[in-house]
Design a binder for this molecule. Structure first.
Ligand code: PPS
Length: 310
């Protein structure tokens, strides 16, 4: 398949963007949110698809199970600011969602969120992932996704990530901006990829309590099973195998799904430089990220204990 040329990054109101995310800007900004809309917000590669699938299952898994096998997750949970003409834009897809609630995804930094979401006091779920694993995941993604700017080699990519010269700008500004918003906007649930990996059941409970949902124990077990990495990787409706712009031979969308994979990519020198820079940018002691957690066996035991007792 012939892929179109990769887009250029440009400065858009202080944030690096490509035209794919700004072409429908007016329509994004004037989007009419409804009070029961739920917005999933992430910096790219933080676990958007994982949480999108969980929310979709929570709301529609029991009532419309046929959705799960017939509609790809990116159509069930549209990406608000994407514009890949002549296809329907993210805004159009969101507007045409037949569901209630509508679950919508965005990667926008907090200052770019359409004002109707605030006016309608919509529930917002923010997912954050530690910067080191995020940049590794983003690098592999940019290598294989032809609508992303050319990533170049790993070393230059890492530098550009630190400078915020990737689509959606600075990871540091994004996670901090949303963390700060949480202090004044109570309908915001801020969650971490690492916590999900460590104890998905606990995070699911917290999410349900935020959303005001009380699924049965059986339903929760089903969801936990359904959203396990291997099950999602083998599920064509969520693993992006239906997306023609992704060259999955270069890297799968569901790549490793691990905390700590950065250790396989960062050299000692890169790690030292990254840590120095990180300390300068991440001054808020209340926002803490983990770049390591216990191993997979530990995780499974934690999850099983949560449901079955020790
Ligand atoms: S995107 O393109 O921004 O929407 O990507 P996003 O979905 O945010 O992030 C993709 C990364 O999340 C991993 N992932 C998971 N990890 C663990 N468990 C589950 N169930 C899961 N689902 C998605 C996915 O593998 C990507 O991370 P990497 O590190 O590249 O594997």
């Amino acid at each position: 398949m012939e892929f179109p040329p990769r887009p250029e990054l440009f400065d858009f109101h202080g944030v690096s963007m490509t035209h794919y995310f700004t072409d429908t800007w007016e329509r994004v900004q004037t989007f009419k949110a409804r009070p029961d809309d739920i917005l999933i917000v992430t910096y790219p590669k933080a676990g958007t698809t994982w949480v999108s699938y969980i929310l979709d299952l929570l709301y529609f898994g029991q009532t419309s199970p046929e959705r799960l096998t017939s509609i790809p997750i990116y159509d069930r949970v549209p990406f608000l600011e994407i514009a890949r003409l002549p296809m329907h834009s993210g805004v159009e897809r969101a507007e045409n969602l037949p569901t209630s609630p509508r679950i919508i995804k965005t990667h926008l930094p907090v200052q770019f969120i359409p004002k109707s979401f605030w006016e309608q006091n919509c529930k917002i779920v923010y997912v954050a992932r530690n910067a080191k694993d995020d940049v590794v995941s983003y690098f592999h993604f940019d290598c294989m996704f032809m609508i992303e700017p050319d990533p170049g080699d790993w070393n230059s990519y890492l530098k550009r990530f630190m400078e915020g010269k990737v689509a959606f700008g600075s990871w540091y500004d994004h996670v901090n901006g949303w963390w700060k918003k949480k202090q004044t906007y109570s309908n915001l649930h801020y969650m971490f990829y690492e916590d999900m990996t460590e104890d998905c059941a606990k995070e699911l409970d917290k999410l349900c309590s935020f959303l005001g949902l009380s699924p049965s124990l059986e339903e929760k077990k089903q969801i936990i099973n359904e959203v396990q990495f291997d099950n999602m990787k083998n599920n064509d409706m969520v693993n992006c195998s239906t997306n023609p712009r992704m060259n999955l031979k270069i890297s799968p969308f569901m790549r490793k799904g691990k905390v700590g994979d950065w250790k396989n990519h960062f050299t000692v020198a890169q790690n030292e430089e990254f840590d120095e820079d990180y300390k300068r940018k991440m001054k808020d002691p209340t926002l803490h990220f983990r770049t390591d957690i216990c191993d997979g066996r530990g995780i499974m035991i934690v999850t099983l204990r949560h449901y079955y007792g020790s």
